[in-house]
Structure formats: structure tokens, C-alpha cells
Ligand binder design. Sequence first.
Ligand SMILES: [Zn+2]
Length: 459
Amino acid sequence: MSKKNPYLQLDQQMVGDIYTSQEVMENLTVLCDEYGARFAGTPEEYEAANFIAACFKRYGLQNVKLETYPYAGWTRGTATLEVIEPIRRTLHCISLPYCPAADITTELVSAGCGSPDEYTALGDTATDKLVMAKSASPPDLGRWVHRKEKFERAVLAGASGFIFVSEHPGVGPETGSLQNDRPAPMPGISVCKEDGEFLARLIARENGKVTLKLRTTDINEPRTSWNVVADLPGNENADEMVVVGCHYDGHDISQGAHDPASGMVSVIEASRVLSAYAADSLKCTVRFIAFGTEEIGLTGAFRYIDAHASELDNIRFMLNMDAAGGSSRKGIVLHHWDALEPFFNTAQQQMHTEMPVGQKVHSYSDHFPFFLKGVPSSHMGDPESAPAGRGFGHTAYDTLEKVELANLRAASAVGARVALRCANADDFPAKRRTSEAVQEIVDTDPGLEGYRISLKLTL
Ligand SMILES: [Zn+2]
């Protein structure tokens, strides 16, 4: 295995440029300060898509376009939560995306951290009740339990509503959609950790009866959004492509600076330096995609897969850089692609950079529609990270000043160098897998338990 770097000169040019430029932070500042949350259905979402397209054009990319698609839209309404007994109190809360309008008065039960065992223990005591679950992952379960899985288990338990309690002090309620691309079958709201602890203390009182009145006024209606697609065409095999992407929409309660904008501007920065230095030497096409409406169900990525079904055989690799410019390590997390590990380990040794390589898949970002279609896929992150909470993510405090230029640069550099290597490999060691092979992973991977639960709800 050679440690000699066949791309040394291009690496030096691209990485040197990234580390002597402010461009990536300037783009992040525009996305966050000019366009705010870029939430699905807002004017700023469309303006951000056009800004990203303008960046791609300015950097010399080709076939730059906005691809329009329909999706299930949602508009936040006011939400009120009143404690009726054992005392009277009004608590601050927010609806979660796809919450329907509702007005219910019923008892509260707690599902703890919302693990499968905690829901089993609730049995039919959850029927027609409000179920509350903390955002924390259950300790000792060995996997992260996503909000959607907790919500869907509450639906399956016969609950009439769901209260998502942030695990983090001082950051208010934690948002996130209840469903993918469809109105939720029952209301779901979020409260801050402090109010969640208060409700837990009421449940712990002697008779434990806590009655709440929840009223939501959200609107579910069809809408239109956009993926932004741009190419650096390959010079030898333009039909075959490497896809590098990230979503650009954030949640409406914040700037979404870390999730997703730090990753989005790193994708844009990778496109800038690849275009400037490697455009003439790319063998395959590198396609950059800014996905729309990820936060409410990976809708842009699912629509992309539908619209480009005939091209999926031609994607040799997909790298999802969702939130990649945050503080996490800039590794390559492969989605059950053992054959690709040596390829990326060799790349890492030649690049002389920190880029841990590992295997782990989850169903909660834009790589997942590609994974389901058998496309060799990955996301940028730390393959060794333990299941952990989002911190200020998905709260009002995911704001620009928390993102560090050094992290944006590291993500951009790894993204550009990996895309170059994938596009120029003569024998890329992975081919699209069959639907049977995908199904076997979907049926057995512990990390996809939440996805299997969501299928139960669909049936
Ligand atoms: Zn994201």
C-alpha cells in the first residue's frame, strides 16, 4: 500500500486555498444572517436556494439548476399547554413539524427516555393519554433512539398526543419533525428540560394523576420546494458520478447554523476548489446537491431519487455532509460498504489528515434515500462516536457564532479531496447493491430499528 500521494499537487492547491480564504465563513454568514432558518415554505428558503445556485455558477460549475418538487408542507401555529391538575399552570411549548391542529384534555404518562422497554412497560396505560419522553437516548441501549421512533411508539401505544422533553438545560424546547412528508396522526409538541422535570415531579406525587390541556393550531397543506443541482463534468466518463450533498433548510426556530448550514457551505467550498484546480483532471463527474426540506422528512433527497431513477446505476459514491462543519471529527462513515474501507484508509494515509473510516448507518439524513436504492453511500462524521444528544442542535441556539472556521475548513478539505479520489479511481471498489441486499440490511441492522418502526406505522 503506497503512502505516496498521487494527488499531492492538487491537494496542495485545494487545501492551501481553503486555508487562506474566508469564503466559506462568508457564505455561512449570508445563509444564516440573510436567510435565517431557510425553513420549508418560507421566502428565505427559496432565496437561499437561489443564493446557493449563484455560488455554484460563480465558481464555474455547470448545469446549475433548481429542481422543483411537491411535498407535504406545514405551517407553525400557536401551541398552548396547560396543567389542569394537580395544580394549574401554563407551560411554554412549541409544536413539532407535521403536528395537526388539535384540542385535547387528558392525563399525562411518562415513557422516560422512550426506549422500547419503557414503552412496553407502559402497556395500555398510554391509551388515549399524552405520553412524554425525554430527548436523551436511553442509557445502555447501545444505539441512538430518534425523536420519530419515540413519537411513533407512542402512536402505536394508542396515545392521543406526544410531549418531547429536551435533555439539555438552558436551551428551551427541541424541535424536529414528527413524520416524513405527511401530517402526523396525532399532535406532538416540545417543552424545555426544566418544564419536563416539573411535569415528572407532578407524576411522582402520591396519586400521580396529572391532567393537561393541549391546544395546537398548525396547518398542514401541500407545497413546493427545490433541490439545487450543479456539476463539475468528468473529462473521461461524464455519465458516471460522485455525489456530494447536504440539505440547506433549517428548523424555523433557529438559524440552523451548525445543522445544516455548516455542512452546506463546506459542500459549496469543496465545489469552489475542485472547480478552480481539478476541473480539467476529473475523470468522472462530481455532482453537488443542495437538498431541500430535509428537516421535515428527507423530502428533497427522496424526490431527487425519484426524478433521477435512471441515473442511480451511474452514482459510484454518495457523500452526505449534513452538519459536517460542526465540531465532530471529519471521518467517512460508510453504510455497510466493507469493500470501500481499504480504499478510504489508503486515501487517509496519502492525505496525511485526520479522517477516521468506519461503518454505521442511520435513516435520518439525506443519504438514506440513496442507501435504500443500493447506491454506495456515506456521511461525514465520527464513526466511533457514542450515541449522544444534539446539544444546542434543533433549538433556538443553533446560531452562527458557534461555528468555527477551522471546522468549516477541515470539512471542506476532506470533502474536496475525497470527491477527487472517488471521481478519479480507476477501479472504484463498490457497485450499486441489489434491492434484496438492501432489504437484508434494513431487516437486521440495529441502527435501523427506528426505520422499521416507521414502516409499521405506514402499514
Ligand atoms: Zn441536518
